[in-house]
Design a protein around this ligand. Structure first.
Ligand SMILES: [Zn+2]
Length: 196
């Protein structure tokens, strides 16, 4: 099920012709009648880190909308041509001033509560390598917090889930598994299509 686009694209980015809804293998997509360009509305990948030091877990307070003033893990959208690993370390440095090293992939989350887009958040566990803690241009505050006293509110549900899974992993030494409603249904997306 593709959710409706609340702010649909109207013109072809290549030839400026007004786009028309056309069927593309069962999905209606804005299509250019002049040059044939099809607009695919895909989720945007983002990457970030869980970085824990002796003083706690590194968190950032957002300066800008959406959710200005709310807290999150250091993370941001990937640039074109960038790897998830490079994005995670770049966002870490830009938002907190801290240089890090990724030690492993933590988990991947589908975010549906960012009004700008659907996001795919790729989170890594990181260690501090250097730098000086200082909030970046898009942060009000950055700091380390004990896992038992994290700041609130948390901006996005994907970060809330990641923090729950991270705390559970530290408590029990269990590694988080892939979960999410779309994966718990037998057959997943293929079965969904078959049912339609
Ligand atoms: Zn066109």
């Amino acid at each position: 099920m593709v959710p409706p686009d609340e702010r649909p694209v109207r013109f072809c980015p290549y030839c400026a012709t007004a786009l028309e809804p056309r069927d593309d293998h069962g999905v209606t997509r804005p299509t250019c009648p002049a040059c044939g360009h099809i607009y695919y509305r895909n989720p945007v990948p983002a990457a970030g880190v869980l970085l824990r030091a002796a003083v706690g877990l590194l968190m950032v307070r957002r300066k800008f909308e959406p959710r200005a003033g709310a807290w999150g893990l250091p993370a941001g959208f990937m640039e074109f041509g960038e790897t998830p690993e490079a994005c995670a370390l770049r966002e870490l440095f830009e938002e907190t001033g801290i240089r890090g090293r990724l030690t492993r992939l933590f988990n991947v989350y589908a975010g549906a509560d960012d009004p700008r887009t659907r996001a795919i958040l790729i989170l890594y566990v990181a260690e501090r390598e250097g730098g000086t803690l200082a909030p970046g241009d898009d942060a009000i505050e950055a700091g380390f917090f004990p896992l038992t006293a994290l700041p609130a509110p948390i901006a996005f549900q994907s970060h809330v889930r990641a923090l729950e899974e991270y705390r559970a992993e530290l408590d029990s030494s269990t590694v988080p598994t892939v979960r999410g409603s779309q994966l718990q249904r037998p057959g997943g997306a293929a079965a969904d299509r078959a049912r339609e």
